[in-house]
Ligand binder design. Sequence first.
Ligand code: NAD
Length: 264
Amino acid sequence: MVSGQKALVTGANSGIGKATAIRLGRAGADVVVNYVSGQEEAAAVVEEIESFGVRAYAHEADVSREDHVVAMVARMVEEFGTIDIMVANAGMQRDAAATEMTLDQWQKVLDVNLTGQFLCAREAAKEFLRRGVVPEVSRSAGKIVCMSSVHQIIPWSGHVNYASSKGGVLMLMQTLAQELAPQGIRVNAVAPGAIRTPINRGAWDTPQAEADLLRLIPYRRVGDPEDIADAVTVLVSDLMDYVVGTTLYVDGGMTLFPGFATGG
Ligand code: NAD
């Protein structure tokens, strides 16, 4: 589906990023596995991707650091020749009640979740523009996927930094899509609902927590990282070449206001 394309996935040694990097490799892409800590996990992801007969390497970088992101994309261009797919996935939570939230907690989440995505998108787009469309590879000059969240539109008490960062991602994605589409670049977002990963372990790792969570999911299933990985892979393939500036919600219906299912 993305055979011969060069993909970079940030935060790719855990959860959704890991599944996405592996899925893209299985679909034929060469993959850069970005991580900020957890070198061994990253190496294991690289090994799994290489087992599909494609190329992969791990690259340590903090996506909130401009110099790190610039160097990461420059190395990819050197090693793989170019970049076709940027999955800006890295993200984090630092939860606190709004009145208790420190500036550091606020800033850190905005730096990683929003500024990090801007930096990754900017560096990828520069290379897409330099290279232009290569018809044998893809109809577009490049694809950027912003990993957002249902919380780009659902307010979330106790997580004002996270929800604000994802609300920002929505407008980042739409504005970049508007600005770059004329040059053949597709920018879209994937908005996961509740996916079983370390970031939200407390929400699903006891039967009571999972039962509470399922009340928010009309499809009555907590998502797996592979649900998101599959969606990203189809979204960046030419099967979705006419999809530009859209958010693909992959959430089992979480954004259908399930609280209203029985009245309201
Ligand atoms: P995760 O904690 O398993 O993965 C997050 C990854 O981002 C990790 O590899 C982590 O090391 C990396 N990361 C954090 N800070 C970084 C930095 N400064 N530089 C580089 N990498 C960094 O959680 P996940 O659920 O896989 O989250 C992936 C993305 O999906 C995030 O953007 C998250 O907001 C989003 N998301 C997750 C869910 C869910 O239910 N799990 C729901 C909606 C959105």
